[in-house]
Structure formats: C-alpha cells, structure tokens
Design a protein around this ligand. Structure first.
Ligand code: GDP
Length: 455
C-alpha cells in the first residue's frame, strides 16, 4: 500500500492497495458496501470508518487480478487530498494489516506477474519522469511494447538459427552436407540489422530522454547572458555591462520543437578571459565544454572595431580557431554572431554561423531551429520504429551485437555446430538481460529502487 499521488494538499489523493488481502483489508474500512461482493473494474462511493472514527468519504476503484496494474487484486482509494486525511487512511490500513510499499514495488510486482517485461517496466519510470512531449511519447511507445516487440523478433531469429544448427548436429554422424548454410547467414544478417538499427536509435533516444546539454560560451561581453535570457524568455541570468558578472554556472531547460535543451551558461570560461583569444586559451576553455552535447559559441560581429581585438587577434581569427578546434573534436556546434543590430552588414561567413541580436531578439528563432536541426539531423522526434532510450538496454544491446559478430565469425571459420550453439546462447543471454528473463534479484531491486513510491 502506498500513496500514489504527490504528498501535500491537492484535490484528491490516491492510495493504492495491492495484494491478495486488498479486498478484505479495505473492506474493513469501507462500511457503505460489501466490497467483496462487487464486480471488478467498478467505482464505489462510501464512508471509510476505523474504530468508530469516520476517516473520509472516498471513491474506491476495484481491480481484480490478473486484470490490474500489478496483476494482483488492486484497490485505489481516492480520498480528499488533505495530508491529514491521507495519513489517517494510511494509518488505518496499516492497523488492518497492510504494509507500506517500497519504491517501485507495484511495478516490480507487475513485472514478476508477467504484466510487463523489464524494458516496459523501466519505461514506466521514464514516462513518469518525462519532461517533454517527445520523451513521454517515446516512453509510452516502449510501454506499449514497440521495443519489446523488436527484441522478441530478434530472439525469434536467434532461436530459428539455433534450430537450424541443432538440425545440423542431428545429422552430423551421417556426413550430410548441411542443406542451407546461406540461410544461417541470412538469419544472422537480419539479426545484426535489427541490433544495429536499435543501437543507432539510441543517439536520438538519448537526446529525447535526457535532453541535449548546450554550453553557451564566448568571450566576456559577447552577449551570452543576454542570449540565454532571450532564449529562456525571462530574466534569469544577470546581464551586466561589466565583464565577468555571471559567477555561477546557470542551467535552465528549454523545450524547442519537442526536444528538451539544457542550457548551460559556462561562467568558467571567464577564468581565462584574458587569454581566451589565444589558441591555448581557446583550447583550455573548450575543455570546459567537453561534457556539453552542443556548443554555442557567441561572438560580437562588430568586435573588430571594438574592445575584443585587444590582443591584436581579430574576431575572424578567433572564430576560425574555435571552429577548427570544435570541428577537430567532432563536437556539434553553432557559431553565433551577436549584436547584429549594431553592424547589420558585419559577420564572419561560416556555414555553422547564425547572426542574431540577442538584445532585440532578431534571429533567435533561426538559432532555435538550427539547434533542433543540429540535434535531429533530419530525423523526426517521434520515430516510427522502436527506440532505445535506456543506457542499460544500450549496453546490453552492444553485447548482443558483439555476440552476433562472434557467431558470424564462427560461421566463416566453419566452427562446429555445438560451439556455434554456445555462442547463440551467449547472445540470447544478453537479450534476456534487457527484457528481464535473465536477471538477478539484486539487479531487479536496484532497477526498481529508482522508481518513486506508489508506482
Ligand atoms: P556576457 O558577458 O557574454 O554574458 O554578455 P552580456 O549578456 O552580459 O552582455 C554584455 C553587454 O552586451 C550588455 O550590455 C548587453 O546589453 C549587450 N548586448 C548583448 N547582446 C546585444 C545585442 O544583440 N545588441 C546590442 N546592441 N547589445 C547587446
């Protein structure tokens, strides 16, 4: 039993009770009707009373197993959303013999009762934690079985493969040339194609789930804070005429076209403010952006005429150096020429460049679109196919992929069937780790402990 809604004051609070004793326990408090006599999937309004004390007037929803979230008998009590009322109902349930559920325990039971596989169960946690429409849709697709279906297909291919191998083993005494070796190659090729597609989907899947971290960097006074503010459309960072006023690293999230961006205004770059135009300085400041997925480098388009050419290095050289460095690192980046309102004709022409006026907002929409394009690389946020969004699944799939490579090599090397069969078993093992057919109790506990209580 657990409170399934956030603690605190709300219109209603839902307490979920699951298990074979759910009906008798809640039935003792719910005095208005005999719950045991009611049909599954029905709602009932009535009084909750414990020891003669009225606790609340509540609606109870009845779900008899296995047609419930956990697969067990489940009752959800929708009581008034006062922390006092909720606590009283919870205490009464405890007195009647219920116990508090652990984090994720309902979903863990759903998994153990075969309502969901492990990948689907993990997607439940992702759906709850989702911060963008794309993340929510992707998680829901996984819960609805898109990803699991792809894995099942993969598994079936491997099983057909091993069936063919076993056939070969059966005939090994009789020196028959195994009929269709090309069929084996085809099967393993198809399996590899599935894993590669899934592995590839992780780039976008990860972007959708975790968002994209964007470091906004550039020399002091280039207009980074102003740009950050206009992107966020609010006065979050303090904009100042004095260089180096933004001390702390600020992180804000921004949703553009369904993709979650985490914008980091790296104050750290100012430590090297004096030598930032020197190559070494640029390199050092780029160190700071290592962990960002995308770097937005802000420079003043009219800097050549002003203070920024202080070290005798013009803005053209500065931007060219940054461009070369980021390119060499293979980092996704955009060069943003700011303060275009001052010198509309100015600018350094690079393909990665966007000209904006952070102050007036000119060009900011273009910048937003360019950011989205950079991340999606022509893909759409809500892909048709199954998508890997979970790092654990990704790691296991990499092992599946490697195991498939070993099998193919075994085929090339004309490895005897029993050894091939062993390699297939490895492959199936890693696959089973994803869906939870093969897993240890500790591992399950760890996965479910990351859920919230009540789910
Ligand atoms: P940061 O040090 O890179 O964070 O730069 P700030 O955002 O603090 O901006 C430095 C100064 O440049 C401030 O006075 C801003 O008002 C000004 N500024 C920023 N963007 C623009 C712009 O697009 N046009 C003009 N004219 N001034 C700007």
């Amino acid at each position: 039993m657990a409170l399934a809604t956030p603690p605190g004051i709300s219109a209603i609070g839902v307490i979920r009770v699951s298990g074979s004793n759910a009906f008798p326990i809640v039935g003792k408090l719910f005095v208005s009707k005999d719950l045991a006599a009611q049909a599954s999937h029905t709602l009932h309004l009535g009084l909750l009373v414990d020891g003669g004390e009225q606790l609340d007037e509540a609606v109870v929803s009845l779900f008899r197993g296995p047609r419930s979230y956990t697969g067990e008998d489940v009752i959800e009590i929708s009581c008034h959303g006062s922390p006092v009322v909720q606590e009283r109902v919870i205490q009464a349930l405890l007195r009647q013999g219920a116990r508090l559920a652990k984090a994720g325990e309902f979903t863990q039971r759903a998994f153990l009762n075969g309502k969901l596989d492990l990948a689907q169960a993990e997607a439940v946690a992702d759906l709850i934690a989702s911060q963008s429409a794309a993340a929510a849709t992707t998680a829901l697709n996984t819960i609805r079985g898109g990803f699991s279906r792809a894995l099942r297909e993969l598994r079936e291919r491997l099983i057909s493969f091993s069936a063919l191998i076993e056939l070969e083993l059966d005939f090994s005494q009789e020196d028959v040339e195994f009929a269709d070796r090309t069929q084996l190659y085809t099967l393993i090729g198809e399996a590899s194609a599935t894993t590669s597609a899934l592995l590839q989907s992780f780039r976008l899947g990860n972007v959708i789930k975790n968002g994209v971290s964007v470091a906004i960097v550039g020399k002091p006074n280039a207009g980074k804070s102003t740009l950050l503010n206009i992107l966020l459309n609010e006065e979050r960072a303090i904009v100042s005429e004095i260089a180096g006023t933004t001390r702390d690293t600020i992180e804000e999230t921004l949703n553009i076209g369904g993709v979650l961006f985490r914008l980091i205004d790296t104050a750290g770059i100012r430590e090297h403010a004096t030598d930032v135009v020197e190559r070494i300085g640029v390199n050092r400041s780029l160190e700071k952006m290592k962990e960002a997925d995308v770097v937005v480098y802000v420079f003043e388009v009219d800097a050549d005429g002003g203070a920024a050419s202080m070290n005798g290095v013009g803005v053209r050289d500065e931007v060219a150096a940054v461009r070369e460095d980021l390119g060499r690192q293979g980092k996704a980046f955009l060069l943003v020429g700011n303060k275009i309102d001052r010198r509309p004709e100015a600018g350094v022409r690079f393909a990665e460049e966007v000209l904006v006026s952070a102050k007036s907002g000119y060009g900011v929409d273009v910048l937003k679109q360019r950011l989205v394009d950079l991340v999606l690389q022509g893909e759409t946020v809500i892909g048709e196919g199954a998508m890997v969004t979970n790092a654990r699944h990704y790691e296991a799939l990499k092992k599946v992929d490697e195991a498939l490579r070993v099998i193919r090599k075994g085929l090339d090397d004309l490895l005897p069937g029993d050894l091939l069969a062993l390699d297939i078993r490895h492959c199936l093992h890693y696959l089973g780790e994803i869906t939870g057919e093969i897993t240890t109790e500790d591992r399950l506990d760890y996965i479910f402990s990351k859920f919230c209580v009540g789910k």
